[in-house]
Design a protein around this ligand. Structure first.
Ligand code: CTP
Ligand code: MG
Length: 406
């Protein structure tokens, strides 16, 4: 077992009052297991096996440990089962108290969201690592929301500013520890508690399957979705590889990236599409200004759900000052592959009057394809003398990348 760098705390100590079942919510039967065992399956399907902490009603801790231990051990994960508290916040705090010292990132997840795909855990974890702060999965709100007073509609709230947030919510370990140590009120989720302690929290896309089982209709929906999933799994068509985790859709993902750099006022050399172009005017920028390489990086990062060039290669990072496109591309490829994807192919189109690409297109494609170990097509166009590219003030590049789950 490699030492885990991430812990997932699954809180399952609530009573499930609104569900109204004889058993506490996490122990209600679901498909051929329970709500909790289904939730744990999602965690075990993560790309990198985490340390798992399960928080349950005190009188069930021993039983849960006995039941989960074999499956968790088989997946190569560690397991701690601890007794929860009277509020969710207290339950999380008790889970946090047993997280091992080597853990860098902590994800907190409601057992009551048992169908949350492993991919959501992976994306939250990756985003905490690359962005260095709190991350919540969030969905746009589809209903029109009204503010009411005593039943009377007072106003319609601007929906575009609202998000429905889910779990897992992820945090750098030190920030979450500090936030829980200093919390002096009850918060509705970990993100609110962390934000109150000054932790920046932002979002990754949520997933409708991460819905919370609260009332009986939610349990019914979960049963139906699981039945459909089991049907799909029994499909033995050859395209289904054994490695396909049932809840991680093995579909390709695309991303788009654009970049623009102005021609430099000095006599800096031009670097574009990974090549140096002697005799051409250079582009300005913190790095070498290679708009084509940067657009490709953005497209790849977007496809893998890893953010963007600005967030990952910040201008404050001295490693990338003056760096050539190849450096960015190699690091981007490493990040994309580390998050469980292989690069399918990439296209990039350069918009500008100069340089003339055609004589060196094959050279650029060969270089970029070698760095990414995937086919890269390079095209160019002018903008019919219109705009800043037409006036010869700079170069734009637009890239599309396709990645596939490894
Ligand atoms: N939770 C917990 N400890 C508590 C309260 C809640 O670990 N003291 C967990 C629940 O088990 C659940 C998650 O927090 O996985 C989200 O809470 P919620 O959906 O409100 O679950 P319950 O509190 O169990 O349900 P209810 O509010 O209907 O009683
Ligand atoms: Mg509750």
């Amino acid at each position: 077992m490699s030492t885990p760098r991430t812990a997932v705390i699954v809180v399952a100590a609530g009573s499930g009052t609104r569900l109204g079942h004889a058993e506490p919510k996490a122990f209600v039967p679901l498909a051929d297991g329970t709500v909790l065992s289904t939730a744990i399956a999602g965690v075990l399907a993560m790309r990198e096996t985490p340390a798992i902490v399960v928080v349950v009603p005190g009188d069930r801790a021993d039983r849960v440990r006995d039941e989960l231990a074999p499956r968790v051990a088989e997946a190569g994960a560690s397991l701690d089962v601890v007794a929860g508290g009277t509020t969710r916040q207290e339950s999380v705090a008790r889970g946090l108290a047993v997280v091992g010292s080597g853990i860098e990132v902590v994800l907190v997840h409601d057992a009551a969201r048992p169908l949350t795909p492993a991919l959501v855990f992976d994306e939250v974890e990756a985003a905490v690592r690359t962005r260095g702060h709190g991350i919540v999965p969030a969905l746009e709100v589809v209903d029109t929301i009204k503010r009411v007073a005593g039943g009377e509609v007072v106003e319609t709230v601007d929906r575009s500013e609202l998000r429905a947030v889910q779990t897992p919510q992820g945090f750098p370990r030190g920030a979450l520890d500090h936030a829980y140590r200093t919390a002096d009120a009850e918060y509705t989720d970990d993100a609110a508690l962390a934000a109150a302690a000054g932790v920046v929290v932002d979002t990754v896309p949520g997933d409708v399957r991460a819905f919370k089982i609260t009332v009986p209709a939610d349990l019914h929906r979960a049963e139906q979705l699981l039945a459909e999933r089991l049907d799909a799994e029994s499909d033995t068509s050859p395209s289904r590889t054994p490695a396909a985790a049932p809840d991680r859709p093995r579909v390709p993902r695309v991303g788009t990236g654009t970049d623009v750099h102005a021609f430099a006022a000095d006599d800096a050399p031009l670097w574009l599409a990974g090549l140096e172009w002697p005799g051409e005017r250079g582009l300005s920028g913190h790095s070498d200004g290679d708009a084509a390489a940067h657009a490709i990086c953005d497209a790849l990062l977007a496809a893998a759900g890893l953010g963007d060039v600005g967030a990952i290669f910040g201008t404050a990072d001295a490693r990338f000052a003056g760096a050539h496109g190849e450096v960015f591309l190699a690091e981007t490829r490493r990040l994309v592959e580390a998050s469980g994807f292989v690069i399918g192919n990439v296209t990039v189109q350069i918009v500008g009057n100069r340089p003339k690409l055609a004589p060196r297109r094959a050279e650029a494609e060969a270089l970029l394809s070698a760095v990414l170990d995937a086919p890269v097509s390079v095209a160019a166009t002018t903008s019919d003398a219109l705009g800043f590219t037409g006036r010869g003030e700079g170069v734009a590049a637009i890239a599309t990348a396709l990645v596939m789950p490894a």
